[in-house]
Structures are given as C-alpha cells and as structure tokens.
Design a binder for this molecule. Structure first.
Ligand code: LMR
Length: 390
C-alpha cells in the first residue's frame, strides 16, 4: 500500500527552517518562518511563561485528562483578551492544538453544518488554503492586497464580498495580516461588518498576532466590530506568537452569537470533531496561559514584555523602510504596516540568489519576517533588497 502513495513535497516555509539551519555562514539572516526573535536571533521563552511554568511545577498534582473541551478557565480567560470582558454575544469555546488546530475545528464545524464555501483574501497564509481544502470546503477568493503598490484593495474586496451568498464563511485576519502586514482601518472594518451582517455571511476570524500591531486592545478592535455586527461568527485564536508558546500547540476556537443554547450546541459539535481527530488538546500551554491571565502580576509582566516585542518590530520595520527610502516607492507603506510580515515585490530567482549569494533566507513569495532582522543587519539587507524591488 505504501508504494501506491506519491511522495509529498515538504511545506516550503517549514523546509526553509532546515535550509537556514544547514547554512554555515555566520552572517546569515533568517526572514522565513513567523516566529519572534530577539537581537541575538533567539526566540525567547517569555518571562511570564517561565514564571507560570515554575508555579505549575510546584502545584500541578495530576496529569489526568482535562475536560473534552479543554480547560474551561483557560478558554474563558483567553476570550477576555480577544473578545473583551463583555462582547455582548453568547460565546462558547473549545481549546485547540494551536491556531491551525483551531482553524481546522472551525472548518470542520462549517462543513458539518452543511456550509460549503469559504472566502479567503489574496494573498493569505498558505496553510489557510490547505486547512479549508482538507475540511472539504470550496475556497473562493477576494482581492486583498496589491503587492507592487503595497495597497489594500478595499473596493475590490468589498465588491467580491457583495457577491458572496448567505451562509458563506469569510476568513478575516484580526491583526498583523499574514503575509502582508497591511491592516484595514477602523472605518473599513465597519464596512466589512455591515456587509457580513446584511448578507448573512459567517466571519471566521483568525487571531494569531494580537499585540504585535498597535497594542493588545487596539489589535482586537476590528474583530470586535465584526462579531458585534454578525449574527454568528467563529474565532480561531493562536497562543503561539503572543505568548511565545509555538511548540506547545496552544489555542482555542470560539462560536460567537445566536443564543447561549446555540453556541453550546456548536461547542458540543466542536468537541465531537476534536474527539474523533485527536481526542483532547495538550494541557501544558493552556495551563501556562491560564496561570498568567489569572495572576495579575504575571499578566502585567506578560503585557509589558509583549509591548517591548512590538517595539522591537516597529523599530526594525522603520529602520528597514528608512534604509530603503526613496529607492522604492513602497517603503513608506512598509513602514506603516503592522506585525511581523511584509510582502515585497521580488522575483523568485532573485530570492533564491539572495539565499545563495548573501545568506538571506525568505520564502519565494517575497514575504519577510521583520523579527528575523538584527539592527546590525538592517543596512546590509536593505542594500541587497533595493536593486530587486520595483
Ligand atoms: C508563519 O506564517 O510563518 C507561521 O504562522 C508559521 C507557520 O506555521 O506557517
């Protein structure tokens, strides 16, 4: 049987990690996978995470199963960060193995409810397409971002959404759009919210980078505008980035809107989907997040460190944009984008040459992870980019 299978290519973004690691040059630069890095190129364990782990080491007295839906305290506390303390809607969540796990549960729930289509912006995180396709949903696309002009294509986006049908799902990035870093304004979020409400669309909001854009509250504002307007929404939350818990696979999916009994029914279906996929989510990361959010001093320190991480990203982004300066008209837009990513208009051959000739690693899409820069690299990287942009 195994012979009948054809070998599958490695995910290009994950393959880039191995390529970078095997490069022996000491001045290599990793602008690939979306993880936060400090000035030494290290992805640190956040202070509050370490402190919470110490608490758990001392106090956790069992490794028996948690509830089928996961840790309810974690689920509820995480929602207060994402949805706010009172979003005015019925909410029921299920813990998930990371943001991808949350998205897959949401996609499977849509399919189970008989929904067949999900609208996805172009471009988007490549794995969105894989996850929705694997769940059996048909992916429709709406224009989101024009790479050469570095502009959100808002009129084209809304025109496409106007052609969606009631019951279609619409994927939206809550903040720090992956891969473009280009955000909707508050006024644009309000227009999207009005369209999804009027047309009976189901927003599926991917929240993976809260706190890396303008601030913890600010980055949730668009999401909150949409869920307030929509009859029903799904929200997939990743704790990989804003708690730095990547390998702990920590996240949650929330059914929002309708009656409390309706979201509880959605929750029971999410639990059933999880049970037949992986039974129950891992506990460690959620126990860490629960401990941080339930302990005021740890929560304050987590927010303080997250603010510093955002400050580092902003400083690097502005440094890169300034160094590119007038050599490329898009540099001003890059300076104003948010989060880890920008998407640059570069040719695949040039990106491969950057790897070979300069040890600068980025996916062939042209996405860069700003956090992979060191301050000392900015001028050199900008100088290699300038002849390739345009
Ligand atoms: C990324 O976009 O680089 C991250 O979300 C990591 C991943 O799993 O793709």
């Amino acid at each position: 049987m195994f012979d009948s299978l054809s070998p599958q290519p490695q995910d290009p973004l994950l393959a880039l990690i191995g390529l970078y690691n095997s490069d022996t040059r000491t001045d290599k630069v990793d602008l690939g996978v979306g993880v936060f890095r400090d000035e030494t190129g290290h992805t640190p364990v956040m202070r509050a995470v370490k402190a919470a782990e110490r608490v758990l080491l001392d106090t956790q007295d069992s490794k028996s199963y948690v509830a089928p839906e996961g840790d309810r305290v974690f689920i509820d506390l995480l929602w207060t960060v994402v949805g706010g303390t009172d979003c005015g809607k019925a909410v029921a969540g299920v813990q998930a193995p990371g943001g991808s796990g949350a998205l897959r549960l949401a996609a499977d729930l849509l399919a189970k409810a008989g929904k067949t289509r999900v609208w996805v912006g172009v471009p988007t995180w490549a794995n969105h397409l894989g996850i929705f396709g694997s769940a059996g949903l048909s992916v429709q696309t709406y224009p989101y971002f024009d790479v050469p002009s570095q502009a959100v294509q808002f009129d084209r986006m809304t025109a496409a959404l106007e052609s969606a049908e009631a019951g279609d799902a619409v994927l939206l990035h809550a903040s720090c759009h992956n891969p473009t870093g280009a955000q909707l304004t508050a006024a644009q979020w309000a227009v999207v919210a009005e369209i999804v409400a009027r047309k009976g669309l189901i927003p599926l909001i991917d929240s993976a980078y809260q706190g890396f854009g303008a601030g913890l509250e600010e980055d949730a504002a668009g999401l909150r505008t949409v869920i307030a307007a929509a009859a029903e929404s799904l929200v997939a939350v990743s704790c990989s980035k804003f708690f730095g818990l990547y390998r702990e696979r920590t996240g949650a999916v929330y059914a929002v809107g309708g009656s409390q009994s309706a979201v509880e029914t959605a929750r029971s279906n999410l639990v059933t989907i999880a049970r037949t996929s992986y039974s129950m989510p891992p506990d460690h990361g959620s126990a860490v997040v629960r401990t941080i959010l339930a302990t005021p001093e740890l929560k304050a320190d987590w927010i303080a460190e997250l603010n510093d991480m955002r400050g580092r990203l902003i400083s690097l982004r502005q440094g890169l944009a300034t160094a590119i300066g007038n050599h490329w008209a898009g540099s001003t837009a890059v300076a104003g984008q948010q989060g880890m990513f920008s998407l640059l208009p570069m040719k695949e051959a040039d990106i491969l040459a950057l790897r070979k000739d300069h040890g600068i690693y980025m996916p062939t899409s042209g996405r860069i992870n700003i956090a992979g820069l060191k301050q000392a690299d900015v001028a050199r990287v900008a100088a290699t980019f300038v002849p390739l942009l345009g």
